[in-house]
Write a protein that binds this ligand. Structure first.
Ligand code: SF4
Length: 118
């Protein structure tokens, strides 16, 4: 199986082809201009990860929600589970920028961190 994807590791955006075997292992990467692209392609095809940015409801603050993000990228397949946990949370003001509001969300190893103060 061959998968086509665009490298987003830098603004050049090389078009890459990733050949995978039946065990879904990467056999070859072509079209990349550098090693970063090869690594991006391997990660994207075997364990894609994303930063999650959203908001959490705030109790007693000047704003009804606080913007948050994961401290590190999380597996793409865990996005909905993490969003469900975040949507069930209400945090109390005051909240400082950088404050950890949820530790190790859904056992991903990532914390949910406030990106602004409320
Ligand atoms: S392969 Fe290298 S040069 Fe091409 S987009 Fe990715 S990081 Fe940039």
């Amino acid at each position: 199986m061959v998968k086509e994807l665009v490298c987003v590791a830098c603004p050049i955006g090389c078009m890459m082809s990733v050949e995978m075997n039946r065990k879904k292992e990467v056999v070859s990467v072509t079209g990349n201009t550098c090693k970063r692209g090869e690594q991006y392609a391997k990660d994207e095809c075997t364990n894609p990860v994303r930063m999650l940015t959203t908001t959490i409801k705030v109790n007693g603050g000047s704003l009804p929600v606080v913007p948050v993000k994961t401290s590190v990228p999380i597996p793409k397949g865990k996005m909905f589970e993490c969003m469900a946990e975040i949507n069930n949370q209400v945090v109390d003001a005051p909240i400082k920028t950088g404050e950890v509001l949820i530790c190790n969300i859904c056992d991903t190893g990532a914390d949910i961190v406030a990106t602004n103060e409320v």
